[in-house]
Ligand binder design. Structure first.
Ligand code: GTP
Ligand code: MG
Ligand code: NA
Length: 408
């Protein structure tokens, strides 16, 4: 990937908290709409994504459900965000999903702003909320900590401007940048099959700019973007980083949490999607028939051995691919965990590759190449895993998932 010019992007802010503490109402009040009263049973059962503007600065909001059943949705919400707004009702205090939200934010290493809501109520006790938060190691400013907190009311609109200003303050500190001049990438927030419009995916663009006509792949689905709609249903000609958009044009509905990326051709998109669909089926079968260790499990074993490096041998069919793979894997490295490529080269996986891998307890990656018989025999004997790929994204995704697994 060529590194282009970076621009400041809008903060992505996920609203989290216990059921009925007023998350959707707060967003409604901020957007001056009325989603909450239209919800079945008054509870949120999907993730909504919206963008607002405050003094010329855009802010992207992701609403999440507070109901206990939606843990996975909340976890995804916390992962694709820059800031979590923790909504706590001042008359109810810290409750189970408040605590869960704190844990998701912490796991995702995302800063929290506390919105103490419903302060219009006579029974509101914001001081009690702050004290209860202490027990979960959320120290707000007035209690000598660093977490920003704002007392608000979605009902009267009190302090909503202050909440927005606090978000902008926090996002300035985070110094959020993205490159708009590259092919778009991001996360599927939710997707559905709409009777009239076909598959509709709500995506968050995180890098690059998405446009109608772009060919997108998300998980095992692909499509050509027929239209982009903002949260008010207005067609858009482009969506830059941090913009949530509805994408029409997918052949099938991707899964919430899938990554999406723009690719060059329909043929390429179909190839990637088909490959992943096949892999999904194979994985399902493999789960049923064998307990063979996955890449992630191998890394977990290394973690228990106290290592934060992932040694790899990479073999591929052409030098350009091997270089690209090595570069992409090295770029995944953080201060805590790194891929260490002990050997890379062109050609099939040989016995000497396996022997070398064994001395470093490395995993072997074959890209568009296979291992010969002798190599497979040695690998079996030494317990060395050889993984085969023909799509770089999948390879990188697997290693990335395994590397983050090493840290949790
Ligand atoms: P889930 O998405 O189901 O978790 O709920 P939520 O956190 O989005 O809460 P929601 O916006 O559905 O509000 C729950 C109830 O609290 C509704 O009856 C709202 O009218 C009420 N409510 C929300 N904010 C306030 C507020 O600031 N003051 C008062 N008095 N009531 C509020
Ligand atoms: Mg809600
Ligand atoms: Na509710």
């Amino acid at each position: 990937d060529e590194q282009g010019e970076l621009i400041t992007r809008a903060p992505v802010v996920t609203i989290m908290g216990h059921v009925d503490h007023g998350k959707t109402s707060l967003l409604d009040a901020i957007r001056k709409t009325n989603v909450q009263t239209g919800e079945a049973g008054g509870i949120t059962q999907h993730i909504g994504a919206y963008q607002v503007e405050q003094n010329g600065h855009k802010i992207t909001f992701i609403d999440t459900p507070g109901h206990a059943a939606f843990t996975a949705m909340r976890s995804r919400g916390a992962k694709s965000t820059d800031i979590v707004i923790l909504v706590v009702a001042a008359d109810d205090g810290v409750m189970p999903q408040t605590i869960e939200a704190i844990n998701h934010a912490r796991a995702a290493k995302v800063p929290v702003i506390v919105a103490i809501n419903k302060i219009d109520k006579p029974s509101a006790d914001p001081t009690r909320v702050r004290t209860e938060l202490l027990q979960h190691e959320i120290f707000v400013e007035s209690m000598g900590g660093e977490t920003l907190d704002v007392e608000v009311s979605a009902k009267t609109g009190e302090n909503l401007d202050k909440l927005l200003e606090t978000i902008l303050l926090q996002s300035e500190v985070l110094d959020l940048k993205a490159d708009p001049n590259r092919s778009a990438e991001g996360t599927v927030i939710e997707a559905k099959l709409d009777k009239g419009r076909g598959p509709v995916a709500t995506v968050l663009v995180q890098r690059g700019t998405l446009r109608p006509g772009d060919i997108v792949v998300a998980g095992s689905e692909w499509g050509r973007v027929r239209a982009l709609l903002n949260d008010r249903g207005t067609a858009m000609t482009e969506a830059e980083p941090s913009t949530p958009v509805e994408v029409l044009g997918f052949q099938g509905a991707p899964a919430a949490g899938d990554r999406f990326a723009v690719v060059e051709t329909e043929a390429r998109a179909r190839e990637i999607a088909d490959y992943r669909a096949r892999q999904k089926r194979e994985k399902a079968v493999a789960r049923q028939t064998t307990a063979r260790g996955s890449l992630a499990e191998m890394m977990n074993q290394r973690q228990s051995a106290g290592l934060k490096e992932f040694p790899l041998v990479i073999k591929g069919d052409v030098q350009g691919s091997v270089e690209a793979i090595a570069g992409a894997l090295e770029a995944l490295g953080t201060d805590e965990v790194q891929a260490r490529i002990i050997l890379s080269g062109v050609g099939g996986v040989t016995e000497s590759d396996v022997t070398l891998a064994a001395t470093s307890n490395a995993a072997i990656i074959g890209f568009n190449v296979r291992a010969n018989k002798q190599a497979r025999d040695v690998a079996d004997r030494e317990g060395i895993e050889i993984r085969y790929y023909n799509i770089i994204y999948d390879l990188v995704d697997d290693v990335k998932a395994a590397m983050s697994g090493l840290l949790t």
